[in-house]
Design a protein around this ligand. Sequence first.
Ligand code: FAD
Length: 510
Amino acid sequence: MKFRASTGMNSAKFAQPITSNPKMTYLKGSCPNMHIYDAIIVGARVAGCATGMLLAKAGFDILVVDRDALPSDKPHSTHLIHPPGIRRLRDWGLLQDIENSGCPPIHEYGLAVGTMDLMAPLPPDGDVSTAFAPRRRVLDAILLDAAVAAGAEVRPETLATGLVYEQERVVGVRLRSGGREVVERARLVIGADGVNSRVGTWAGAQKYLERPRRLTSIWSYWTGTSVTEVPTWRDDHNYAFAWPTNDGAVLAGVTWRSEDFKRLKIKDKEAALFGVMDRFDPQLAAQMRVGERIEEWRTGSVPNYFRESFGAGWALVGDAGYCRDPSTAAGITDALRSAEYLAEEIICAWEGKVSEEQALARYEYRRNVRQRPIYEYTTDFARLDPYPSDVLEIMTKASSVPRFAQGLTGLFAQTQDPLEFFSPHNMSQILRETGAPESFRIGALKAISSPNVYRLPGVPAVMRAMLASRLGDMGDYLREAERARNRWRGMTGWQSNPELLEEKWSTPAS
Ligand SMILES: Cc1cc2nc3c(=O)[nH]c(=O)nc-3n(C[C@H](O)[C@H](O)[C@H](O)COP(=O)(O)OP(=O)(O)OC[C@H]3O[C@@H](n4cnc5c(N)ncnc54)[C@H](O)[C@@H]3O)c2cc1C
């Protein structure tokens, strides 16, 4: 399995650090009288407007285009934002606008599965431990206003139809609006154009670590229920969720494995949803029946992939560069994070501190290091495979100890690194405090309850192997991450050496 940087790069195609007249130097000889933006961003929603806002705030000349009329809703999203996303919105001065929209804060997440009935406070990201689920018409409008206020030019109802190249470098975009086609030029073209990005396709960006679509969801909005936090439920067939949003409404939905959903050919969505909700939470189902469904039904699923996210004159951000099953409600949080990483790295390059190639390589690397464990956790969760009985026993016991329960909610809320949670050290602590399942009381693990036993030679490896064999995709990744750590031990300085970066991305085949 390869986890790697964009291929086919030729350093000569990348811009050199800027001199006194950056635009002239950069595209010397191409078309001296034409306006050249610093960046043109295709897609004006979460990733596009956040990136545009951050670059415009730093003083750069930014054009953001979107084929949609704006501001507008994006109906195919259940729009829950975890604390790391909320922390960024707060840092950018936008959280107040979300609060002012009447969207209530969320403080706890839960998961009921088999014997476990978890509901615990969210571990914080920095000093932010709340989530919100603002309607997309609210969130996207706030980000759009912020991009415009920062000085970005935004053109709605403008379709990008292709990239413009000069000597194998992207130098602009073809845009169609009101029946007119124009070419706009930029130092960098950024695809923030969502799932299966056209900018990515035109640039030849390859997907990697792809996984099949896992789950398909149906959902709608109700009034008259008392959901104030985020309860979720799961068994071997379905996953279900509910959370509060704007206008006193609650979003509630149910998912099936995508192949089951296709086979079932569900016509009556109301009956299908209540069939599952009655099983998971009869009390909430009864409330929803008495309450009123105030919107039409929505259906959605997404593919799972990472995608090469930069090349000469172009970059991808948000879903365009990385996309995962919506069951862990991660897309907006991830898009805000990748927008921040990309903007930070581009600013470094445009301030002349590093080359554009280094900056963009660093962006993709930072994103991947942060997102990969979440990706593995998500794609594994979304299989809906039954938890092995000993894993469920550990989770059930852990959920009764507040700090471990918070760790479990943090896996979903992106404030608990899955690699740390499933580390031998943490597992050993959980097992010591709550007691090991029968199947763990073997061999080297017999002494699990004695302090620091996990430090004895061989014990962590046995524990990791036992856990990995029970944790699906996440387990494979735990093994891979451990091998990679061994291989890279002592390596430093990747920041200034793209070749080393390449080395770090290439993990041993598993
Ligand atoms: C069923 C479902 C449930 C989800 N639930 C959640 C959730 O609860 N929480 C969460 O965080 N995420 C959720 N997501 C994911 C989330 O919606 C996305 O991750 C998020 O919208 C990504 O933002 P983005 O800015 O990258 O892309 P998008 O929001 O998709 O925006 C891309 C924009 O690009 C524009 N565009 C595309 N092509 C062109 C072109 N050629 N020219 C001009 N404009 C173009 C589009 O019009 C669009 O406005 C869910 C997704 C689905 C499908």
